[in-house]
Design a protein around this ligand. Sequence first.
Ligand SMILES: Nc1ncnc2c1ncn2[C@@H]1O[C@H](COP(=O)(O)OP(=O)(O)OP(=O)(O)O)[C@@H](O)[C@H]1O
Ligand SMILES: [Mg+2]
Length: 328
Amino acid sequence: MNKEYLNDLFSRIADVTVCVVGDVCLDIYWHADMKKSVLSRETPHFPLPVTEERYSLGGGGNVMANVSALGVKAVLPVSVLGADWRGYLARECFKNISANAAGLITDETRVTPCYAKPLRQGISDVVYEDPRLDFENRSPLTERTENEILAALDKAAARADAIAVSDQLEYGVVTPRIREMLCELGKTMPVIVDSRDRIALYDNVIIKPNEFEAAGALGGGFSDPAAAAKALSAKTGAPVIVTLGDKGAVWCEGKNAVFVRSTPAEPPVDPVGAGDTFLAAFAAAYAAGAAGPEAVEFANLAAGVTVKKIGTTGTATESEILQLTIKN
Ligand SMILES: Nc1ncnc2c1ncn2[C@@H]1O[C@H](COP(=O)(O)OP(=O)(O)OP(=O)(O)O)[C@@H](O)[C@H]1O
Ligand SMILES: [Mg+2]
């Protein structure tokens, strides 16, 4: 993918609107400097003195941040936040990305999903991660909120050139009714879906499993990703992408599967969030008119940028993607 092609693609991406449906999660990093810790008088513990706190959008929110970083005309998030402190902080994070907040619904009965990571550092430079504190919903959305999401999705879909879906949480924003609407929308516009556990429930949309999720969606027994992609495409009636970690991805349309190689990033790498960046970049490029294999190649490049961002999910910008292309 040469520089001229990328420049042209970015100028077209600047004209597209991408709707992102998924759970906005808050990723928290609390850095504790244990050199400052003094034994507690009340308990036999050394407290974690937090000297730095970082907050960023995770889950579907990370896909939204990634779409925004690519410089699209508009990001239209469709999600639900709680009326809690985490919802407040997530909304603050949205101020750093250009996204239209109209589809961010507040429901005071919901928990804003959040993953808080305490990180300890002592005398050496090594950072140790303590067990994470997870906040998640344990029950489905109310029908009232679900109706609000359906209405927000209807509005956003009418304006969008593509819809990216992050269906990751058991009691998340993508309920069976919302999934049904997404499958219906997939018949008339590009809808691209990522889901660890529910990819098998989609039809008429472009699904983007990794090779293990693809095999799982077929009931196991598929070791060849191209064969898995073809079998899934026959089932969904739409193109399929199977991502292959540092090897790239397979794009399959009808009976045709092509392997789109990526350049493995030099270690150290942090693959957390690579799938989110891939989904965001593919959706933006495909919405901008790139053909499937080209949009996959572009997504490989964007994800290749974020796997180099250690200890954070991260986003990829135009200049970072161009720099990586020149390097490779
Ligand atoms: N080490 C790497 N070097 C370069 N690119 C990578 C590397 N790992 C992943 N990628 C890119 O990220 C994409 C998605 O990676 P992968 O197949 O691991 O997805 P995933 O398992 O869904 O990831 P996630 O853990 O984010 O859910 C790959 O198709 C590739 O483009
Ligand atoms: Mg994934």
